[in-house]
Write a protein that binds this ligand. Structure first.
Ligand code: ADP
Length: 171
């Protein structure tokens, strides 16, 4: 059994040197704001070209929520970007298993690729407004409970509030 170390960094996901960077994408796979925008800006047009090809070949209706798929990382200091689509939080009721699925499926894709170090953003906590504390709990619990050959899962938190929420889950 591999031991996976969970680490926390405050900063931008685009500044990480890892095997795979996870993108909080939307189902179109054609770019967006937040993490998605930063990854496409930093990685360059090769990433979008592969995303378009994926749409044409396998995901005509877009990548379903909770699933994950890999492309090149372009100019980023990583070998792959793993795109996953988080659920949009709804006050009327949201399905935490879909958010957990993003982490689990991303790690499954990482294992298929042979990635050993993986950086995750706080999926769904931006435009998709999932409450930070709850999202941090789901993220950490899911990674802890997923069997994977990944040796480091690095959560990359953009601001102090996100960092504090994830730090609270690690202790
Ligand atoms: P989603 O649509 O899944 O909510 P967002 O990209 O809007 O995804 O936001 C997810 C989280 O990532 C938010 O907490 C946001 O503050 C944070 N974030 C935004 N830009 C970056 C970045 N460059 N690196 C790491 N985290 C980021």
């Amino acid at each position: 059994m591999t031991t996976t170390t969970l680490t926390l960094v405050r900063g931008s996901i685009t500044d990480q040197s890892v095997d795979a960077i996870v993108n909080a994408a939307n189902s179109s796979l054609l770019g967006g704001g937040g993490v998605d925008g930063a990854i496409h800006r930093g990685g360059g047009p090769e990433i979008l070209a592969e995303c378009r090809a994926l749409r044409a070949a396998r995901y005509g209706r877009g990548l379903p929520t909770g699933q994950a798929v890999a492309t090149t990382a372009g100019r980023l200091d990583a070998r792959w970007v793993i795109h996953t689509v988080g659920p949009v939080y709804q006050v009327s009721g949201s399905d935490p298993s879909l958010l957990a699925s993003c982490y689990r499926e991303s790690l499954r894709v990482a294992d298929e690729l042979g990635a050993r170090t993986v950086a995750f953003p706080a999926i769904s906590t931006g435009a998709y407004i999932w409450p930070m504390e709850d999202a941090a709990r789901i993220a950490v619990e899911t990674v802890r409970n997923t069997e994977t050959a990944v040796t480091e899962v690095r959560f990359v938190l953009f601001d102090e509030r996100a960092y504090a929420a994830f730090a609270g889950q690690l202790h």
